[in-house]
Design a binder for this molecule. Sequence first.
Ligand code: ZN
Length: 329
Amino acid sequence: MATRAQIYREVLREYDALRAQKAAELRGRKEKLYARFPRLEEIEEALSLLGVSTAKLLLQGAVDMEKALGELREKQQALMAERVEILTQNRLSPHLLEPEYECDACKDTGYAGDSPCACMKRRLMDRIYDQSNVRDVIQAENFDTFDLRLFSDEIVPEEGISPKENARKNLQKAMAFAEDFAGENLLLYGGTGRGKTFLCNCIAKEVLERGKTVLYLTAGQLFKRLEEIRFRRNEEEEAFADWDTELMEADLLIIDDLGTEFATVFTASELFGIINGRKLAKKSVVISTNLDYKALMEQYSDRVMSRLIGEYTAMKFFGDDIRMKKQFQ
Ligand SMILES: [Zn+2]
């Protein structure tokens, strides 16, 4: 696998390419507009001349600097106003001649001030944990596409509630969580195909859209990655020293399908490390599992269980297998 430094360099190159592409697009827009409205080109030239004059003034130390600069600024504003006028009169966006950014916070540099921008953190995380598939899935599985009609209306006697009513409650809970998830944790449990993973995807999409970082891993992926980190050869250690940074730093960590991995003392202890570390950092975790409390207790340590019981809001899923239902519809 690539080292973080390599991935970091790749991501910086992506930003370079992105800025180059945006600059080329701007040149293209200018070319077209200047052919249609030659005055716009004159304005650009006049503006850049004014810029040069300002620099000269500052260098020479003019007699009345304030006054001279004020005059230049006035001319500049008049030109820019004229440009906007020409564009809007022709029903064009007044911003057509301004550079456009994918991320306004960092102007596609990856850095906002001295610190890495949220978009940079997301790019790094996507690369390091290969999250591209998650991005695809959440386009289809999100709060807008959650379909309550798939759940049965019939009350399940031992639950005292219908699967549909239960799903509605879970949906509301998940929405509220995604809106303001600071420090709160969820434990989604119940049989396969009851909508847990779907709801994890809904939460991931909503939180990502709020500009936060989400690390979404199945338990299998999570422990495989941790094994790679913990048991690599000594000489590699340095290069991979901070591979698990995101596990602690992502705003939200989602562990899907806990209990399906090959459980060992290692997995139990790593799981505790993650749950505990994120609790101390006041960062949220969402866990989905097919196991009930009894099975969780058997598979993981008491320490893990006491955290899960004490600090996670449990959401039960039951009813028919909606995955099967969907396929036959
Ligand atoms: Zn950014």
